[in-house]
Write a protein that binds this ligand. Sequence first.
Ligand code: SAH
Length: 251
Amino acid sequence: MQVVFVGAGPGDPELITVKGQRLLNQADVIIYAGSLVNPKLLQLAKQGASIYNSASMTLEEVVAVMEKAVAAGQKVVRLHTGDPSIYGAIQEQMDLLDKKNISYEVIPGVSSFLAVAAALKQEYTLPEVSQTVIITRLEGRTPVPEKEKLALLASHAATMCIFLSVHMLDSVVEELISGGYTPETPIAVVQKATWPDQKIMRGTLATIAQTVRDAGVDRTAMIVVGNCLNNEYALSRLYAPEFGHMFREAK
Ligand code: SAH
């Protein structure tokens, strides 16, 4: 394989896959997404590897570096934060590589929405609460299709993991409430999950915006909303004395 897209994981350098780590170690050229990939991962690079930060490069420049390396018989790793398939802009890179007949492979990574569940010590799919996880974002410079507007998605009352939107938290809350979540619905914001400076903020739709503002958090954070965060809810129903079920009679 000439080019490998590797999911770097959410931050903690130990959360890259074993395969990703091996390929990173064998690469002659590494192009990493500078804003979010933990630079500690670059310590895995072999001596003499060329390392590029894609933060300051255009799509064409990234692909030109790949093309040149491949022509010289070198192995290229393109390191993306979390899992490359989620807001990773890899499709356009793969399409250009296809046009140039350059072969590639994708190695998955631990996406930040999963690292956030771990940080919150939270199951997203609680029986009788929600069996669905919605991954989405608020519209920014990248438009969001009409049918996927936050308020519409909110009407399902599923667990929602909202990427790339914490700087617009007021609008997020507004849309969630207009979509049907009550102001008492629990919500959490996790900044830099698995990094040493990870921050967890919890509240309700009514309180979270102020909490997050006070903490000065406006980037690299995940918003999780839904009644799954209200663990008590499912438990109290299931174990409440007035509820009987197959294995226990109501009192
Ligand atoms: N491909 C990545 C997402 C890239 S988009 C993935 O699978 O996670 C960048 C957004 O991801 C950020 O704005 C933030 O919403 C989220 N994000 C990335 N790393 C994060 C982390 N360690 N903790 C919380 N959110 C994170």
